[in-house]
Design a binder for this molecule. Structure first.
Ligand code: NDP
Length: 459
């Protein structure tokens, strides 16, 4: 293609691809520049391969449960087969992303794009400058490693998805999504897992009951938790890597992984040439319509450091296009974002935690159900499911829903629909239960487990 583009998107991940495709359907002349692989973090080294590993990690427990149903299963596991099949699937998806872009007449450019000014992008390898009416930055984020001696010996989630051979033991630092998900995956695959976290309960900002129950279940599965501990130094040793901790202890692990957050991918992007500065978290500030301080440049997804979730980046990309190319100013509502943590057991959550709700409302009802899922009742697995609803008083609006257990991610997606419609507890009560399911708990809660009246807890 030649001439001036309407839109150049830098970054072929979830947000960028959605925006490029949608803008093209509205008739814009669009190019998208990607320096690595189409699909971005989510498809290539995030959600998708991670979820495939989650499935792999759950089979051993399923086999164990199967014995209580009369099966006699002798299974063996081959890491190389999993890796090869995962890579094949990722390559297939990457191809689909690219061919879909081309099908919608988006020009795909494999190169590194650098901003040269408000309306120009330089291709580093192509050594030319493209002119455009608008630029969309969708470069995502990258794993952050704390600045400790020997940090280069530690891997991140990027490399954990491609271990040549599975280590016998691993230390993971962090207490967020990635730390607990990978801890759970490696536990399932038979690796000895230790987790170091600088506070005293994983998944800060999640509902405390969910955090405590998950912690208990992960411990029961063999997770070795070190709270109030950070890695201070890593050294190569005969068995792998020896870690020193802030509490003075040292220990050797087959591998060490940092899951200490992700930072916006802005290095060498040329933002200064367009007069765009970074905020205190190193992210690009945008207004409600994704516009940066340079009027012709927009940004969506992790590079803006708001909510680091694929569906949010996709929504932001779509909202940007609606605003600019369909003359329909569209803002994102960030107040009700459902999310899942693919541990085993799994978490599904939306809305306020009890701790947040108590801060916002003086009077609320809390409904809690804990029980062994039916599938475990023939064997001796003691793990319980947890369903928790947080509502305004007397059948009022549902403020939060938190689920721990098998299928929680799928369930919370469906709960997100009535909650987005502003459903009340009375609306939930109108629904007829599906029996026997675990999710029927959500529509059969009778009296609250406890309440808060004038911010005071009443059992
Ligand atoms: P998170 O921000 O969720 O967690 C980072 C963890 O690292 C926190 O526990 C944090 O502690 C700790 N930490 C941060 N800096 C340091 C440091 N210098 N030293 C020691 N510990 C530190 O990031 P993740 O890396 O887990 O995930 C990145 C993002 O990816 C998440 O925000 C999430 O939105 C997204 N994601 C979503 C998934 C999903 O939807 N299922 C799956 C995986 C990722 P503290 O709690 O004290 O801040």
């Amino acid at each position: 293609m030649s001439g001036i583009y309407d839109l150049i998107v830098i970054g072929g991940g979830s947000g960028g691809v959605r925006a490029a495709r949608m803008a093209a359907t509205y008739g814009a002349k669009v190019a998208i520049i990607e320096e690595y692989r189409y699909g971005g973090t989510c498809v290539i080294r995030g959600c998708v391969p991670k979820k495939l590993f989650v499935y792999a990690s759950r089979f051993p427990e399923l086999f164990e449960t199967a014995t209580s149903f009369g099966y006699d299963i002798k299974a063996s596991f081959d890491w190389q087969t999993l890796l090869a099949n995962k890579d094949k699937e990722i390559t297939r998806l990457e191809g689909l992303y690219k061919s879909n872009l081309q099908r919608f007449n988006v020009e795909t450019i494999e190169d590194r794009g650098i901003i040269e000014g408000p309306n120009s992008v330089r291709l580093v390898n192509g050594d030319k400058v493209l002119e455009t009416k608008r630029i969309l930055i969708a470069t995502g984020g990258e794993p952050f490693k704390p600045n400790v001696e020997g940090a280069e010996l530690g891997i991140t989630s990027n490399e954990a998805l491609d271990f040549k051979t599975l280590p016998k033991s691993i230390l993971i630092e962090g207490g967020g999504y990635i730390a607990v998900e990978f801890a759970s995956i490696f536990l399932g695959l038979g690796v000895k897992v230790s987790l170091a976290y600088r506070r005293d309960l994983v998944l800060r900002s999640f509902d405390e009951d969910i955090r405590k129950d998950l912690e208990k279940d992960l411990r029961a599965r063999g997770l070795n938790l070190h709270y109030q501990a950070t890695i201070t130094e890593l050294k190569k040793s005969s068995g792998g890597v020896t870690a020193s901790f802030s509490n003075g202890e040292t220990a050797e692990f087959g591998a060490v992984m940092f899951a200490t957050g992700r930072t916006p991918n802005v290095k060498g992007l040329g933002l200064g040439k367009a007069g765009i500065s970074l905020n205190s978290s190193g992210a690009i500030d945008v207004d409600d319509y994704a516009q940066t301080m340079c009027p012709s440049i927009y940004a969506v997804g992790d590079v803006t450091g708001r909510v680091q979730l694929t569906p949010v980046a996709i929504r932001e990309g779509a909202a940007f296009v609606e605003t600019i190319y369909n003359n329909n100013p569209t803002k994102i509502d960030y107040s009700l974002i459902p999310t899942a943590v693919f541990t085993d057991p799994e978490i599904g959550t939306i809305g306020l935690s009890e701790e947040e709700a108590v801060k916002t409302y003086k009077n609320i009802d809390i409904y809690i159900a804990r029980f062994r899922p039916m599938m475990n009742t023939l064997g001796d697995k003691q793990e319980k499911m947890l369903f928790k609803l947080i509502t305004r008083k007397n059948g009022g609006r549902v403020l939060g829903c938190h689920i721990l257990g098998h299928g929680a991610g799928e369930m919370i997606q469906l709960v997100a629909i009535p909650m987005a419609m502003g459903a009340s507890k009375l609306d939930f009560d109108k629904a007829i239960a599906v029996h026997p399911t675990a999710a029927e708990e959500l529509v059969t809660f009778k009296a609250p487990s406890y309440t808060y009246e004038n911010s005071e807890k009443k059992e």
